[in-house]
Write a protein that binds this ligand. Structure first.
Ligand SMILES: [Ca+2]
Ligand SMILES: [Ca+2]
Length: 451
């Protein structure tokens, strides 16, 4: 509805992820709009109603990559009616935690890591992007914008001129010239890339009409940083200080699943500089400590940590040193078992999540097993890195589940204080009409408490 009483007050669907501190780390929101071609409009019933629905499933991706392993987070779903009385909206949610759809309501852009220390100029900044594509409506790439940022995040140089664009593989490169950098002797820089999307003339539903140029349907996507630490650093670039450093990573399996492992950081030395003779390596938790050479990690051969970015200071002499970000990674894969957890029809197929090898409690070593009896089944899935994880399910006699209780507090799309609270004594839940079962419900909660 486009009257003034509906301004900022339309029905919407929102999904978001919040970290343990309650900060929103990723979200998307779809607002009801009869001019948005994602929606199909029901023919008018004669009372001035506008009834919209999405004829096809809409898929969105919530990015949880910033949340450390083993850390609890919250997924919230909000389905809202129009804020005025007498109207309503609803949504079906399906296939949570599965990246099996080829559609996404949100596009993305990812800049390749740079880790450039005293680079030769011109310098290529490359990356890749994905197009939003939802409900039969396909977007085109409209523009890519590169910004060269100073340490405070201010843009020093902005361009939309690409060096190369490969629309088949969705890859791009920009070129940064010497004159784009205000300082190439002692300054540090990051880069950001933003992708804007457009809807093709043949994009889809009635609302798209025949005209291209509708940029309102799909939000733009930004990668605000190419890599941890400075993307491009001019540190001790002159005076013969020519130590060539490369970023590096150490990975370990989290064998006891506590989110941490012990690393010998000196294992990174030869990865950072292959011929490390005459050099001293010290490790720090942040760039400024490394720059000021204060607070070096003292127990570097026996360093207990979760996955983290550290900063290596590679020193030749007091006036000649380089600082490079490095990664330590605690790999903690989580195995799951999917399948119908009853044998009412005589048997059921249990499927382990993907890995390199499988070992079931039955002794079988295939990804899928067929079981005919109630009881407890477990599988250990080992990935290609050698990290193992075990999942377990219980197949119980069929019984009728108790219906959940729903309590809904109405939010608006722009004031996100409403809640959907689902309370159920059930031990297992399905979000896809009984195809797969699990206990995910225990990890979903609303602002006011557990589901
Ligand atoms: Ca950076
Ligand atoms: Ca551990």
């Amino acid at each position: 509805m486009y009257d003034t009483s509906h301004t900022d007050n339309q029905a919407y669907f929102k999904a978001r992820v919040m970290n343990k501190d309650g900060e929103v780390v990723s979200e998307f929101c779809l607002v009801g709009d009869e001019k948005n071609c994602i929606f199909t409009k029901v023919p008018a019933g004669g009372y001035g109603y506008v009834t919209l629905y999405t004829a096809k499933w809409q898929s969105g991706i919530l990015d949880i990559s910033s949340i450390p392993n083993n850390e609890e987070f919250t997924v919230e779903f909000m389905a809202s009616r129009c804020g005025l009385g007498g109207h309503f909206g609803y949504a079906y949610v399906d296939d949570i935690c599965m990246l099996q759809s080829t559609e996404s309501f949100v596009g993305s852009v990812e800049t390749d890591p740079l880790y450039k220390i005293c680079p030769a100029l011109p310098l290529q900044v490359c990356g890749s992007y994905t197009l939003p594509n939802s409900g039969g409506v396909t977007a085109n790439l409209k523009t890519l914008t590169l910004k060269l940022l100073d340490p405070a995040g201010n843009a020093l140089y902005t361009t939309t001129t690409l060096a190369t664009l490969d629309t088949v593989n969705k890859k791009f490169c920009f070129t940064l010239l010497p004159q784009n950098f205000p300082n190439t002797t002692s300054a540090n820089y990051n880069v950001s890339v933003t992708a804007d999307f457009d809807v093709a003339a043949t994009g889809g539903g009635t609302g798209c009409g025949g005209g291209a140029g509708n940029t309102a349907i799909f939000a733009s996507a930004t990668d605000s940083d190419a890599n941890p630490g400075w993307d491009i650093s001019f540190l001790n670039c002159s005076g013969g200080c020519d130590i060539s450093v490369t970023t590096a990573k150490l990975s370990k399996c989290d064998t006891n699943h506590d989110g941490t492992e012990t690393f010998n950081l000196s294992d990174l030395n030869a990865l950072i500089v292959p011929a490390a003779g005459g050099l001293t390596f010290t490790y720090f938790k942040d760039y400024n400590s490394a720059f000021n050479n204060t607070g070096a990690i003292s127990n570097f051969t026996n360093y207990l940590s979760a996955s983290a970015v550290l900063y290596a200071r590679v020193t030749k002499d007091p006036g000649c040193y380089k600082i490079i970000p490095v990664n330590i990674e605690v790999k903690n894969p989580t195995a799951t078992i999917t399948g119908i957890l009853n044998v009412c029809s005589g048997s059921t197929v249990l499927k382990a999540s993907s890995g390199a090898t499988y070992l079931w409690s039955t002794g079988e070593t295939t990804q899928n097993i067929k079981v005919t009896a109630t009881g407890i089944y477990s599988v250990t899935v080992t990935d290609s890195f050698g990290c193992a994880s075990t999942a377990q399910v219980s197949i119980e006699p069929s019984q009728t589940a108790v219906s959940p209780t729903l309590e809904i507090t109405q939010p608006s799309c722009f004031v996100t204080t409403g809640t959907i609270k689902v309370t159920s004594p059930a031990s297992q839940y399905s979000f896809d009409n009984g195809v797969t079962w699990g206990n995910q419900s225990g990890k979903i909660r609303t602002l006011s408490g557990y589901v």
